[in-house]
Design a protein around this ligand. Sequence first.
Ligand SMILES: *Cc1c(COP(=O)(O)O)cnc(C)c1O
Length: 356
Amino acid sequence: MRALNFNAGPSCIPLEVLEYAKNEFSDFNGCGSSIMELSHRSKTFEQVLDSAISNVKELYNISDDFAVLFLQGGGSLQFAQVPMNLYNGGVAQYVDTGTWTSKAIKEAQIQGINCEVVATSEDAKFNYIPKFSFSDNADYAYICSNNTIHGTQYQELPKTKCPLVVDSSSDLLSRDVDFSNIGLFFGGAQKNAGPSGVTLVIIRKDLADRVKSSVPTMLRYLTHIKNNSLYNTPNTFGIYMFDLVTKWIKKQGGLAKINEYNVKKASVLYEFIDANSDFYKPFARKNSRSLMNVTFNLKSEELEKRFVEMSQKENMIGLKGHRSLGGIRASIYNAVSLEDVKALVSFMDEFARKNG
Ligand SMILES: *Cc1c(COP(=O)(O)O)cnc(C)c1O
């Protein structure tokens, strides 16, 4: 039996996608071998890659000014690769909203660039998205649109005059995005778009020209743009799965529909938590709440531990909060159904009655 999967990443993949991949696991599309056993330069694989790219372009409605890349090294390598390629001798500005932006800031500082933190929510343990403004002429402005660990999310992405860089690892392909001021947009696939090992990078092509000659070939976006992500061997199976997930999203009606469903799922859970806030204490402030990662605390660590144990007995996995924050986190990505969220709410209701 499939578990109700509330993992933060890697996380739930639509069952339909898994079954589809299973059916053609050893014989892809009648070609006599699995997709993993084919050259990344074969026509067959190139069709998969092109399909994944065009699905991303279609879903996000992005123009040919942008390149869609499938790289490796996770979001974590992007923390270093962004300043390495986009810093242009001026200033790079960051908003610090928790663990993932702190790591990105550290990678920029390692490179000795002029890097400015324009706002932080560290004063309240990162439970909100702070107010800020970016300079019009910064080399780039950097944010993390959804903070996986703390459960906060930008309700809207900021409008900037300078290129905006967005770490969208944990809300990738979950809602529409206006790309008009975006310079670079990235996310690992493992939260909302398939297995780990593939990083989607969408970059405004002209920005890739900034790169200095001291940057190693593999770390230049320009290399991957010129070679359509085939400079070296990419994660072919991961890209194949990514393609299947994007096809599934299209079948659901696209990002606006997926977002509508995500809003419904999150509302059911937050409304229950708010109605029972003497027992379940929401972590993130209301105006900063994430639709993807719902974080809350119980009265004691003891009780939280019991909550996790009991949930596992009900076939629910992944509810333990991140080790750096503690508490409980329910990740309700695209592939988690409304029924699963309702089942979680019933469990929480019963748990509160038995332990209140
Ligand atoms: C998971 C995550 C990362 C790191 O991803 P890796 O693929 O493990 O490097 C970065 N940013 C955010 C917002 C994340 O959720």
